[in-house]
Design a protein around this ligand. Sequence first.
Ligand code: PA5
Ligand code: NI
Length: 185
Amino acid sequence: IEAGFFTVFNRQENILENYDHYEERKLSDMHRYFAAEDIRQQMALANNEVIYRVYKKTAPLIAGELEQAVTVINPGQVNGEFFMTKGHYHINEKCSEVFFTLKGEGLLLLQKGQETKWLEMKPDVITYIPAGWGHRTINTSLSEPFVFIAFWPANAGHNYQKSLDEPFGRRVFFYNGSYIVSKVL
Ligand code: PA5
Ligand code: NI
């Protein structure tokens, strides 16, 4: 790794300049994540939209190092449920994370056991994810991308299976020109 480096958020392009790792999640990558799985599947076949993109700048994957990534969640819905990330837990349950909101508006949904919390995110709001909590972000805007940068310990690891096995207890839908956080029964 370079001895000190910088990255730049390019707010015209919505990318992290100098990123070294890119991932995108389309409708077809989101099997089982939305409530209306049948509609997601139809949408993926008709027009396989990108739901979110992640531009990462990696660091050595060892304790003490920090990784960073910009996430861009497009506006959109699957049967009224807002576009969102898969959500995950950290494999190393001692690892926390910080998000700094760059553009747009959305929610950070947190889950630990039966407990669920959510925080509103908009530009300049910095949210904290305590160690051990599952986290998912949701774009609640009807027209704008929701963009934030994340910083997390490089030895955290990502556990996606857990957020499928123990799904988030709330889902976020379009409602009355805004959003509603509804309990999963
Ligand atoms: O580190 C994080 O938690 C974020 O950078 C996420 O990885 C990113 O927002 C994409 O979400 P997910 O990893 O749940 O697909
Ligand atoms: Ni994380």
